[in-house]
Design a binder for this molecule. Structure first.
Ligand SMILES: C[S@@+](CC[C@H](N)C(=O)[O-])C[C@H]1O[C@@H](n2cnc3c(N)ncnc32)[C@H](O)[C@@H]1O
Length: 316
C-alpha cells in the first residue's frame, strides 16, 4: 500500500569516534554494528547459506512449522516492529500469518534496508511499510513517532540479542519494552547453548565466508576512514568460550605493524587482537531471566535443534 523511508544521519561521525576509541582501548575492539556496510550485508546473507551455519535455517524452519500456534498465541496486532531487519526475510512469515496493517523496520544499513522493505508494501496489499535507517542503540526512541498506537509486536530474530553482554541485553530489552507500549509483545529468537564443536564450526565455515565478513570490517575502515590496514596481515579467529558462554570473533595481527586510521597511528604487536564480535549462547532459563529483568513475562516458547523462539508480554 504505502512505503516510507527515513534515514537518520550521524552514522559517519559515530563510526570515526567509535573506531578511534576502540583502537585506543586495551584490548582493541570495534562494535559489531559496523560490520554492516553493503558488502557486509551481502556477506552476512551468504553466511546464512553456509552448511555449518544452521542458525538462520533452523529459526526459519521453527517459525514456519509452528506459525499457526505462534500467530494464535500472539493474537491480533496493529504493528510489527523489527529492529535490525536486514533483508526482511523472516518477517514475511509473520506478515502472512498476522496480517497487521503496519510494519516498521529499522536497520543501521539504510540503503539495503530500503531495498529489502519496499517490495513488502507491494507484496502485502493493505500493508503500510516504514523503513528507518538508524542505529537503534543510539536512536531507538526516535522511532516512537513512526509507530501507530495500539498492539505492537517487537520482532527481534536471528539471535542478534546474543551480540550484547547480559547487562547490555537487559538494557536493550528494557528499551524494547518502552517502545512496545502497554499492550506490547516481544517475539525473539535466540541460539541455545550446545556442543561447542558445532558452535565453533558455525563461525569457521570451510568456504571462508565468516572470515571474509570479519576482514571486510578493515576494508570498510580503509575506504571510509582513510585507513591503511593490510588485510593479509590479519587473521580471522573465532572460538567458543565456554566460561563466558559466547563465541568470540577476533582479527589477530600476524606481525608487528603500524596502521593509520583517520590520521591517527596505531601499533599492533605480533599476535595482538582486535575483538570484533561476541555471540552469546543461552540456556532457556538464562534468557528468560534477562527478559524478566527487563520487564517482560514469558508467555510461550518454541524450540527446535538448538534454537529457541520466545514470546513475552509486559509484566509491569
Ligand atoms: C545478524 S543480522 C540479522 C538480520 C535479520 N534480523 C535476521 O534475523 O536474519 C543483524 C542485522 O542488524 C543490523 N544491525 C546491527 N546492529 C544494529 C544497530 N545498532 N542498529 C540498527 N541495525 C543494526 C545489521 O545491519 C543487520 O542487518
Amino acid at each position: 500500500m504505502s512505503f516510507t523511508f527515513k534515514d537518520f544521519p550521524a552514522a559517519c561521525d559515530d563510526l570515526r569516534r567509535d573506531v578511534l576509541a576502540g583502537l585506543a582501548a586495551r584490548p582493541k575492539s570495534i562494535p559489531p554494528k559496523y560490520f554492516y556496510d553493503e558488502a557486509g550485508c551481502r556477506l552476512f546473507e551468504s553466511i546464512c547459506a553456509q552448511p555449518e551455519y544452521t542458525l538462520t535455517r533452523t529459526e526459519e524452519a521453527l517459525l514456519r512449522d509452528r506459525l499457526g500456534d505462534i500467530a494464535a498465541t500472539i493474537g491480533p496486532v496493529d504493528c510489527i516492529v523489527e529492529p535490525g531487519a536486514g533483508e526482511c526475510a523472516k518477517v514475511r512469515l509473520l506478515l502472512e500469518a498476522l496480517r497487521p496493517p503496519h510494519l516498521v523496520v529499522l536497520d543501521i544499513a539504510g540503503a539495503p534496508l530500503a531495498a529489502a522493505a519496499e517490495p513488502l508494501s507491494r507484496d502485502y496489499p493493505g500493508l503500510a511499510v516504514t523503513a528507518l535507517g538508524m542505529d537503534f542503540i543510539h536512536d531507538l526512541e526516535a522511532a516512537t513517532p513512526w509507530l501507530p498506537a495500539g498492539r505492537r509486536l517487537i520482532y527481534y530474530p536471528g539471535s542478534s540479542i546474543g551480540n550484547f553482554a547480559p547487562d547490555a541485553a537487559t538494557a536493550l530489552l528494557t528499551r524494547f519494552r518502552q517502545l512496545a507500549g502497554a499492550e506490547g509483545q516481544l517475539l525473539i529468537g535466540f541460539d541455545l547453548k550446545k556442543d561447542p564443536q558445532r558452535l565453533h564450526a558455525a563461525y569457521n565455515d570451510a568456504a571462508g565466508i565468516t572470515a571474509a565478513f570479519n576482514l571486510n570490517l578493515l576494508e570498510r575502515l580503509n575506504r571510509e576512514l582513510d585507513a591503511d590496514f593490510d588485510l593479509a596481515h590479519f587473521r580471522h579467529y573465532a572460538f567458543y568460550n565456554p566460561t563466558a558462554g559466547r563465541i568470540e570473533m577476533h582479527l589477530v595481527s600476524l606481525a608487528g605493524q603500524h596502521v593509520t586510521v583517520a590520521g591517527r597511528r596505531f601499533n599492533f604487536a605480533l599476535g595482538e587482537t582486535l575483538h570484533t564480535e561476541d555471540s552469546y549462547k543461552f540456556r532457556r532459563d538464562e534468557f528468560s531471566a534477562i527478559a524478566t529483568n527487563a520487564g517482560w513475562q514469558l508467555a510461550a516458547e518454541w524450540e527446535h535443534d538448538g534454537f529457541a523462539i520466545h514470546l513475552y508480554r509486559g509484566s509491569r
